[in-house]
Design a protein around this ligand. Structure first.
Ligand SMILES: Nc1ncnc2c1ncn2[C@@H]1O[C@H](COP(=O)(O)OP(=O)(O)O)[C@@H](O)[C@H]1O
Ligand SMILES: [Mg+2]
Length: 255
């Protein structure tokens, strides 16, 4: 079943005086238990597409086309219905992980917010179990810590524990590991992949690192200047022969 179905989406942003077109006739979908990569040069509209899906800046955006979440168009939803989707349907992992966590509250407090359906006395135990699932070796200490004392990698793990605690069926990650060193990055991505597969969630994986695509994803969408340039099986990305995709792949070689 299609969880997310984006049809002929165009988006314009109003910044001060003028309106600028950011997305042009974007069509793609994400099925249950499917992982889709979005790649493309910087400024091609990857992050803006994600913001459109979550309707994060509707007051200064104009849309045409549809963004259907389980058949309902998010562009037409009232704010409270959207809030419910952001809490229970689609969860996002930020480029800057500390931004995802609230600096004013301990990890435990924030995790328990996701576990309100459980009886109060069971929440602490469930938090510890979730932190163990994201391979945190001293979950008690982390539970009582504030986000600012944690490393970026640890914040990512905590955030993944919160993704697991939430009912969200679609996870969206926007360059989730670009601020991490290579070893930690590999660990976090392996964990993300493992947890997603195990729990049958869907993923939109936004990245500029094409090397990650075949291991992380089933399909890939290549964006260029707000358009979908091509879409293919993730394993076929390296076989594409058009000049734009080839230039993105060439950039990888220089790293
Ligand atoms: N708040 C904004 N107002 C106007 N234009 C913006 C805004 N944010 C991003 N853009 C423009 O939207 C385009 C796509 O940006 P973005 O989605 O951030 O690219 P990517 O994530 O692929 O690097 C760029 O041309 C960028 O300059
Ligand atoms: Mg971006």
């Amino acid at each position: 079943m299609k969880l997310l179905d984006v049809r002929h989406l165009s988006m314009w942003i109003h910044d001060g005086q003028e309106e600028k077109q950011i997305l042009n006739d974007v069509t793609f979908s994400v099925d249950e238990n499917e992982s889709v990569a979005i790649v493309g040069e910087s400024g091609s509209g990857k992050s803006q597409l994600m913001r459109a899906i979550l309707q994060l800046q509707r007051n200064k955006s104009r849309f045409s086309g549809e963004i259907l979440w389980k058949g309902n168009d998010v562009c037409k939803m009232k704010e409270d219905a959207l809030c419910s989707i952001r809490y229970h349907g689609i969860a996002m992992m930020m480029q800057e992980p500390k931004m995802s966590l609230d600096p004013l509250f301990t990890v435990g407090y924030q995790m328990k917010e996701c576990l309100m359906k459980l009886p109060k006395q069971m929440r602490e135990q469930q938090c510890l179990s979730l932190l163990k699932q994201v391979k945190i070796s001293d979950p008690k200490r982390i539970l009582h810590s504030y986000p600012h004392v944690l490393s970026i990698g640890m914040c990512q793990r905590v955030w993944m524990a919160m993704l697991l605690a939430s009912e969200a069926q679609l996870w969206i990650t926007d360059e989730p590991t670009s601020s991490l060193d290579v070893c930690v990055q590999a660990e976090i991505l392996e964990l993300l992949n493992e947890l997603r597969t195990k729990t049958k969630r869907s993923l939109i994986f936004i990245t500029h690192d094409l090397r990650l695509v075949p291991t992380m994803c089933d399909r890939v969408i290549v964006m260029k200047k707000g358009n979908i340039h091509l879409e293919c099986d993730a394993k076929m990305l390296y076989q594409q022969s058009d000049s734009y995709t080839k230039s993105l792949l060439e950039l990888e070689k220089d790293k």
